[in-house]
Design a protein around this ligand. Structure first.
Ligand code: NAP
Length: 331
């Protein structure tokens, strides 16, 4: 008998056909008003879940006692209680690597847009306000030759470092859990404490995962350490930054600007004070959102799911511990 999978993210047609050939698929549109109710009724009997951007709490997991795997179409796994999944013997998989370059492109789009005031000035042109040659009031600041500070030197951090060093002649500083001599050799990067990086970088780019050690990592104190001309770029997760402290710093022009792809609450409320600020470029969590990369992520997620359901070790298993816990009963 085919295993049962609940799908809560749309898949390209070829991947949907591939999935349906091997498992019984129930599609749930969580964007609909009755989405959660549909999910709850689909969970009993489910062996696998595939989707993203949904917090699967214990109440929902209790409804799926046969669950073997959750295949997340994301690299970030902050929506999941990993220890709880391991305790229940549920494998969690993600989609690293395939989104690295696209997300680094988004980081650089935000660096350039913030420094050169692209959104602010394009809006100004559309509003018919370009009526004379520009003066210093509309000038931006250079990106090339400046200092790029990367907080979290992982896959995306390294892709940013490559762009900064090779493409823009930037000096690269980084902070992470440990120095990485191979990265230093490749990009001429220098390890710094977080405080030193904040004080020395012109662009502070956040690429850490959201977890207990990174929630609120950039707060009032840290923002105060940044240069007045510094620009903060967040392509990690909104809650890595204390958003109220950031709004205050931007409002008071204690830092020059921010390029933000992620927010404490998503979608960002239309009345967010961030959207009142000219020195903010806000994008709707588009880090990996290209046709090519979203298709690659979906493919990766389907492969992870099918190998887990086939009793194999999926390529992108997040909770390795599940392999030893797998047969332990849930107390
Ligand atoms: P990764 O390869 O695991 O890199 C994360 C890096 O952060 C690792 O090098 C890690 O150190 C470091 N780190 C962890 N905790 C830290 C701390 N407290 N202080 C400093 N550094 C710390 O992950 P990735 O693939 O680059 O993705 C990073 C994150 O980007 C994801 O978790 C996700 O939340 C976010 N993301 C956002 C988008 C978007 O749409 N905006 C798209 C993709 C990813 P170690 O090497 O020692 O583990």
């Amino acid at each position: 008998m085919k295993k049962r999978v609940v799908l809560y993210k749309r898949l390209p047609a070829d991947l949907m056909s591939r999935l349906q050939a091997q498992v019984e698929v129930t599609w749930v549109d969580t964007a609909q008003a009755d989405g959660l109710a549909c999910l709850r009724s689909a969970l009993p009997g489910a062996h696998g879940l595939l989707g993203a951007s949904l917090r699967l709490d214990s109440g929902l997991l209790d409804l799926a006692p046969q669950l073997e795997v959750i295949s997340s179409v994301s690299v970030g796994v902050d929506n999941y209680d990993i220890a709880e999944l391991t305790r229940r013997g549920v494998m969690l998989t993600n989609t690293p690597d395939v989104l690295t370059e696209t997300t680094a492109d988004t980081g650089f789009a935000l660096i350039l847009a913030s420094a050169r005031r692209v959104v602010e000035l394009a809006t100004w042109v559309r509003a018919g306000q370009w009526q004379a040659n520009l003066g210093p009031a509309h000038f931006g600041s250079d990106v090339h030759g400046k200092t790029l500070g990367i907080v979290g030197m992982g896959r995306i951090g390294e892709a940013l470092a490559r762009r900064g060093a090779a493409g823009f002649g930037m000096r690269v500083l980084y902070h992470g859990s440990r120095p990485k001599p191979d990265v230093e050799a490749r990009y001429g990067a220098h390890y710094r404490s977080l405080d030193d990086l904040l004080a020395q970088a012109d662009f502070v780019c956040l690429t850490v995962p959201l977890n207990a050690s990174t929630e609120g990592l950039i707060g009032r104190r840290e923002l105060a350490l940044m240069k007045p001309e510094g620009i903060l770029v967040n392509i990690a997760r909104g809650r890595v930054v204390d958003e109220l402290a950031l709004i205050d710093a931007l409002h008071a022009k204690r830092i020059r600007g921010a390029g933000l792809d992620v927010f404490a609450q998503e979608p960002l409320a239309a009345d967010s004070p961030l959207l009142q600020l000219d020195n903010v470029v806000a994008t709707p969590h588009i880090g990996s959102a290209t046709h090519e990369t979203r298709n690659a992520m979906a493919r990766c997620a389907v492969e992870n799911l099918l190998s887990a359901l086939a009793g194999e070790r999926p390529a992108n298993l997040v909770n390795e511990g599940v392999l030893s816990e797998y047969l332990l009963p849930v107390s």
